[in-house]
Every structure is written in C-alpha cells, then in structure tokens.
Design a protein around this ligand. Structure first.
Ligand SMILES: Nc1nc2c(c(=O)[nH]1)N[C@H]1C(S)=C(S)[C@@H](COP(=O)(O)O)O[C@H]1N2
Ligand SMILES: [Mo]
Length: 393
C-alpha cells in the first residue's frame, strides 16, 4: 500500500467540528444537529456526517500513492493520482446516506444492534473526480458492459483501514460491473468534496462515490480495485448491511438468505424540530430533506399537522425562503431536495412528513412494520411532536 498508512490506534485522528453529535468516539461516528443540515443545500464538509469502522488512514507520500487495479483483466495497473487527474473531471451532486440513518428511532420498537443515529447520517456534496467507467476503460473494460456480458462479475473496492469486523483487515465492498462501467451511473473516484481536496475523514486522497446507493458501498481511502467473478465476500457485504424481515432475530439469522443492500429507498425527515419540541401557537415553518436512491428524484413531500388525517404539499427550496427552480429535469437525480411548508398549529400535535419519489414509491407508515435486527433503512414516516407552551421561545 504505497503512500498510505493505516494506524492501529486513535492517536492521530483529525480535528472535528465541535457541533457534531458524537455517536461513537472510536471509531469516530458523528452527525450534525438537525438544524445544521437544512441551512444549506450543499452540506459543508466539516458538518457532513462521519462514519468510520476504524482509525483514519494517513497519506505519507502522495507521489507514491496509487490504486492497484487487478483481477479478471489482462494486465493489472497501478493508477497514480496524476493518472486519475488526467481523465475528464466530473462534478456530481449526490447525497450520501448511511443505511443506519434514523436507527435510534427503530430501537423504540425493539433493540437493534449498531451505532445509534438520529436523522442526520446523510449529507449532500458536490463530488469531483474521474468516472469509474473511464478508469476501467484504461484496463480494457469497455463502457456499458451489459449484465448479459458481465454475468455476476463485480468491481470490488478495497481500503486500508483496520476494521474490527474484518478482524483487523481493511474495509471493502463491491458493485456490479454493469453499474461500474455505466457512465450514466456517475460512479466516481472522487478526489474533491465541495471543490476542496477530500479531507482525511472523508477518504483523502481518493474515495469511491456510488450515487443513489447506501453509503457503505462508497469506499474511502481506496487502495485497490479488483475485478472479481462474484460479489465481494467481505464482512460489510455478507454479514452486515442486509435487511431482514421483523421475524428474524439473532437466534435464527441466516445471512446467506439475503442480498447485500444497494439502492437507497425513498426517505425524508423534518429537521426544523426535534422529536419533542415546545412552540408558540400560530404559524410555523416546517423544513427538512427528502431523497431517494437509484437515480429516482423526489416527486412530492406531504406534511400533516394532525397525525396524518390531512396533508399539505411542501415546496422545495435551495436556500431558506428562495424557491427551487429546476432548470434541468435531472438535477436532483442523485441529490436531496430541501422542503418547507408553513403550517398553523394551535394545540399539541403530531407533525408528520412523508415523501414520494419519481417512481411513485412511498415511505412505510410505521416503523414497527420494517423493524429489523440491524436497524437499517428506517424510512418510515417521520413523526415529531409539538407542545404548545411559552418556555423555550
Ligand atoms: N474505507 C472505508 N470506507 C467506508 C467506511 C469505512 O468505515 N471505511 N464506511 C462506509 C459507510 S458505512 C458510510 S455510510 C460512508 C460514510 O462516508 P462519510 O464518512 O464520508 O460520510 O463511508 C463508507 N465507506
Ligand atoms: Mo453506513
């Protein structure tokens, strides 16, 4: 692993923003406060959630750093940063969301295992880098290789961080070769986030960004790319990030019975209020985010202030108070939309938000029906409670 080092302890962690809410210190897992998320369409890097499984790697020599591409190809290749930078550069606005986002709320039904997250284990960034499809072309794999041609082949991304779950080995994950070679899937080897070089927390010097897919597949601190016959056999593909039905618990789980999670389903959350908040009676503005996976944009966000009897359609904005003007039908293909709606609340109420994506997929009404032992993909209607009072204001 030329140029990159993986510490085995937490003595050389980067500095982090003091506003982040720390869900686990070592490895470092943290999310911004709800209100910070909705103040900007593009999430500032220092407030972007951080999700790690081990200590943060360090670059000791950027000139020697390279990614080895090997496996089912004629000749393996060492890809240096200058090779990546020579390829056409793309800026893709994409929301990255952890499959564990909103896990804490799932625990209320029944305990789940995993880092507790509120509603902010996601962020929207402008990722700059080369397309994986262009990189794979350098090793002789044509663009748009169809599933018919590629069969079960996957492209595996291997990092160098030391993860407990991998018994001290590196984090890894894979995606289908057909997706990896599809330029329209916008899979990037990213070296920039919001126009700045990636920072250590987010994968410096190079990370994978797989838009529309759970965050777990966007491998940071890339060390190798393997072209393999079948999906990656690592822990995070086989023994984690799978969704089981509510009937499955730790005593009857069969990991092989489920496929690894890929696309993210439709999701939304209110960010202008906490789970329980005290407000003054009258008009209040409800704001939040909505996002879907697989390249499906958001069609609509509905908000209710009477526990789901009546619904109002929210409008979208990019900066508070400034409506969102879509000049390109595809502009929210991979990115979230921020929504706002003004409602009148005169008594204690349950406020709910639910989104509909471009394929008319809706969110499940109740968290109980999608409870799963790992607490992944809590995309149930987001509910908060307001109490009328004068404290706090
Ligand atoms: N090498 C490596 N890549 C990784 C992880 C990791 O622990 N190690 N965590 C994954 C998970 S679960 C998520 S949700 C995203 C989080 O990316 P972020 O920390 O940049 O927000 O990175 C993914 N890539
Ligand atoms: Mo994640």
């Amino acid at each position: 692993m030329p140029g990159l080092t993986a510490p085995s302890d937490y003595c050389r962690e980067p500095l982090r923003h003091p506003c982040l809410k720390i869900n686990s210190k070592e490895p470092f897992n943290a999310e911004p406060p709800r209100s910070a998320l909705i103040s900007s369409y593009v999430t500032p890097v220092d407030l972007f959630y951080k999700r790690n499984h081990g200590p943060i790697p360090l670059v000791d020599d950027i000139d020697r750093y390279c990614v080895t591409i090997r496996g089912l190809i004629e000749n393996s290749k060492d890809l240096f940063m200058e090779d990546v930078r020579k390829l056409p550069k793309y800026n893709v606005t994409a929301t990255l969301q952890c499959a564990g986002n909103r896990r804490t709320a799932m625990c209320k039904t029944k305990t789940v295992r995993g880092v507790g997250w509120d509603v902010s284990a996601l962020g929207n960034a402008i990722w700059g880098g080369a397309k994986l499809a262009d990189v794979l072309e350098l090793v002789g794999i044509p663009k748009n290789t169809s599933v018919t041609k590629s069969g079960r082949k996957h492209v595996e991304f291997v990092s160098i961080d030391k993860c407990k779950e991998e018994k001290g080995g590196p984090y890894k994950a894979s995606i289908a070769l057909s997706q990896a070679t599809n330029p329209d899937a916008d899979v990037l080897l990213a070296y920039e986030m919001n126009g700045e070089p990636l920072n250590r927390d987010h994968g410096y010097p190079l990370r994978v960004v797989v838009p529309g897919v759970i965050g777990a597949r966007s491998v940071k601190w890339l060390d190798a790319i393997n072209i393999i016959a079948e999906e990656c056999q690592g822990f995070f593909m086989q023994k984690d990030y799978k969704m089981f039905p509510p009937s499955v618990d730790w005593d009857n789980i069969n990991w092989d019975s489920r496929r690894p999670l890929i696309d993210f389903p439709v999701q939304c959350a209110i960010c202008s209020l906490e789970d329980v908040d005290v407000i003054k009676p009258g008009k209040i503005k409800i704001t939040g985010y909505a996002v879907s996976g697989g390249g499906r944009g958001i069609e609509r966000v509905d908000v209710s202030v009477d526990g789901g009897k009546n619904w109002l359609e929210a409008s979208r904005y990019q900066q508070t108070g400034i409506p969102y003007i879509a000049d390109d039908m595809n502009c929210d293909k991979w990115a979230w939309v921020l929504f706002e709606v003004i409602v009148d609340v005169s008594h204690n109420a349950q406020i709910i938000a639910k989104a509909v994506d471009s394929a008319a997929n809706v969110q499940p009404e109740n968290v109980e029906t999608i409870w799963n032992l790992r607490g992944v993909l809590n995309t149930s209607w987001h509910r908060v409670h307001v109490q009328i009072g004068h404290s706090n204001m």
